[in-house]
Design a protein around this ligand. Structure first.
Ligand SMILES: *Cc1c(COP(=O)(O)O)cnc(C)c1O
Length: 396
């Protein structure tokens, strides 16, 4: 929604933007659970197929509830256009593959969500696309990896699970000088704490499964970019291959967007308290938290992020057995590989999300046997601290 009077703040956009009210004047967004649409006449059907008359044709192409979700995401991100997908991975895969042809080259940061890494490292090469993985925190690596056929730079920041931060503005400059587009997976930062497009990214992707739903209910994703790129590169792919988001999930995600700022603010505040507590605990080694002054890229965080994070990465000094004992002793905090949820979740990356990597690749990413990733939820902070404290007390 654009106000005729003044630009609206994100929190207002998240409650109102994109709303398409039916003739009934419903307060809440309507869920249009329909596959197709009917036409008043054969002539009207012809006009709609010719694109001479606006309207919906088939829900693989577009659907009013999905449309509301896309428009609300555009308002939040400051993007011209968006396409919603059935999952975050459908968004990442479409954004990457639709940007490339056989013979092209991708440069990607090696610290990627596991499935993203599979797409660039294993899937893309099957179609004649080459990939170079780099340590994305060193800018010189991006420059050195560029080839004449480089078309895409791809990164995630902060990264999973060690919350490394990459200088998006600097990488965007290198990409553009090389004639390549930068795709940023902005899941960990959320659309509220980091604005990749303002920093120069050309395409932003989300798993809406994480903070945008934030209540553990449904999968979803979204790709945001300028209208020209979406028309040229995504439009036909979406119509003909069907990665579309279901209207039911779009409706759930719309309701999630309404409370996103409140949840992310609260979860970040609690995460900051827990990170400080962990950093002072004798059984804990490294604590990586983007809101702390001792984060390795604290200076970049100050420039490019407006908040800390809802996630914390830390090591149990005594290694894997201690990490497992700690997880098992937790009562409120649940063992789960998901993140961004209203429930606080803990995961042991080396044996779950990152188990498919070689020992060497895990070392490169800083994933140790004692490393844990905590996604902080909406429970009372005193209960969370008491649960963590009691569980740590049982670890020898
Ligand atoms: C979860 C996640 C994805 C994949 O999203 P799905 O909705 O699970 O398909 C991609 N990137 C990051 C950083 C994620 O955390």
């Amino acid at each position: 929604m654009t106000s005729t009077k003044r630009p609206l703040k994100p929190q207002t956009q998240l409650v109102h933007a994109g709303t398409l009210r039916s003739g009934f004047g419903e307060t809440s967004e309507a869920m249009f659970l329909t596959q197709g649409y009917v036409y008043a006449s054969a002539e009207a059907a012809e006009a709609r197929f010719k694109g001479e008359e606006p309207g919906f044709i088939y829900s693989r192409y577009a659907n009013p509830t999905v449309d509301m979700f896309e428009k609300r995401m555009c308002a939040l991100e400051g993007a011209e256009d968006a396409r919603a997908t059935a999952s975050g991975m459908a968004a990442v895969t479409a954004a990457i593959l639709c940007s490339l042809n056989a013979g092209d080259h991708i440069v990607a940061a090696r610290a990627l969500f596991g499935s993203c890494r599979w797409v660039v490292e294993t899937l893309a090469p099957r179609y004649g696309i080459e990939t170079t993985l780099v340590d994305g925190t060193e800018l010189a690596n991006w420059e050195q990896a560029v080839r004449p056929n480089t078309k895409i730079f791809f990164l995630e920041s902060p990264t999973n699970p060690t919350l490394e931060v990459i200088d998006i503005a600097a990488v965007a400059k290198i990409a553009h000088a090389a004639g390549a587009r930068l795709i940023v997976d902005n899941v960990f930062a959320t659309p509220l704490q980091q604005k990749p497009m303002e920093l120069g990214a050309d395409i932003v992707v989300y798993s809406a499964t994480k903070h945008i739903d934030g209540q553990g209910r449904c999968l979803g994703g979204v790709i945001l970019s300028d209208k020209e790129w979406i028309d040229e590169h995504l439009h036909d792919y979406f119509r003909h291959t069907g990665p579309s988001l279901s209207p039911f999930n779009a409706w759930t995600l719309l309701k999630g967007l309404e409370t996103l700022p409140v949840r992310v603010r609260q979860q970040t505040e609690s995460a900051a308290r827990i990170a400080d507590y962990l950093a002072d605990h004798p059984k804990i080694g490294r604590v990586i938290y983007p809101g702390r002054a001792d984060h390795p890229q604290a200076d970049i965080i100050k420039r490019q992020m407006s908040g800390g994070s809802t996630l914390i990465c830390f090591d149990l000094k005594a290694g894997k057995n201690a990490a497992f004992a700690f997880e098992n002793a937790l009562d409120i905090v649940l063992i789960s590989n998901n993140l961004g949820d209203s429930k606080t979740l803990i995961t042991h990356p080396a044996t779950t999300t990152h188990k498919n990597l070689t020992d060497e690749a895990r070392d490169e990413l800083g994933i140790d046997p004692g490393t844990l990733r905590l996604s902080v939820g909406l429970e009372d902070i005193d209960d969370l601290l008491a649960d963590i404290d009691a569980a740590l007390a049982t670890v020898s």
